[in-house]
Design a protein around this ligand. Structure first.
Ligand SMILES: *[C@@H]1O[C@H](CO)[C@@H](O)[C@H](O)[C@H]1NC(C)=O
Ligand SMILES: [Ca+2]
Length: 153
């Protein structure tokens, strides 16, 4: 019986791809992928955005306008412009299915977020950043995080 429970536990754990990242855990992933200082955007801005946008939940999908536009994953990437949700119009500028932004492999999410801030609006592309982070004192978001990689950053 115990063995069966263990096997089931392993099965369910392995099957779960999405996860809720820790604040400093995510900061470390973003930093090691070159997000800190990218286009002059500080790591605190990214963490503030993700906190208010998705609550660090890589599986989160939200929607607006009668579900015509949906927002995917940790960065809440907009299906109208950036990814294909296989339903209705998308410019699909990141050339990814939106479902790719719901797993715990953030490399493609990060590549897409970098592409988004290359635009004229930079971080203003996200309402959540404009409302909650822009011009605010956000220095506390990563100040107590310890980074294992790229510490010299
Ligand atoms: C931002 O907040 C931190 C801690 O609350 C404080 O130490 C710092 O001086 C503040 N910075 C500004 C520019 O107000
Ligand atoms: Ca992904």
């Amino acid at each position: 019986m115990k063995a069966l429970t263990l096997i089931l536990l392993i099965f369910f754990t392995a099957g779960r791809e999405a996860k809720i990242f820790g604040r400093c855990q995510l900061a470390s992933v973003l930093k090691s992928n070159g997000m800190d200082g990218y286009r002059g955007i500080h790591l605190d801005d990214w963490i503030c955005l993700v906190h208010h946008g998705s609550g660090f939940d890589s599986e989160l999908v939200t929607s607006r306008k009668n579900r015509k536009i949906q927002f995917f994953g940790i960065f809440q990437i907009d299906s109208h412009w950036w990814c294909d949700r296989k339903q209705g119009y998308s410019a699909n500028l990141c050339k990814r299915p939106c479902s790719a932004f719901l797993d715990d492999d953030l490399r493609d999410d990060i590549a897409c977020a970098k592409k988004i801030v290359l635009g004229r609006q930079k971080m203003n592309a996200w309402d959540n950043w404009q409302i909650n982070c822009k011009g605010k004192n956000i220095s506390e978001w990563t100040s107590n995080c310890k980074f294992d990689f790229y510490d010299s950053g």
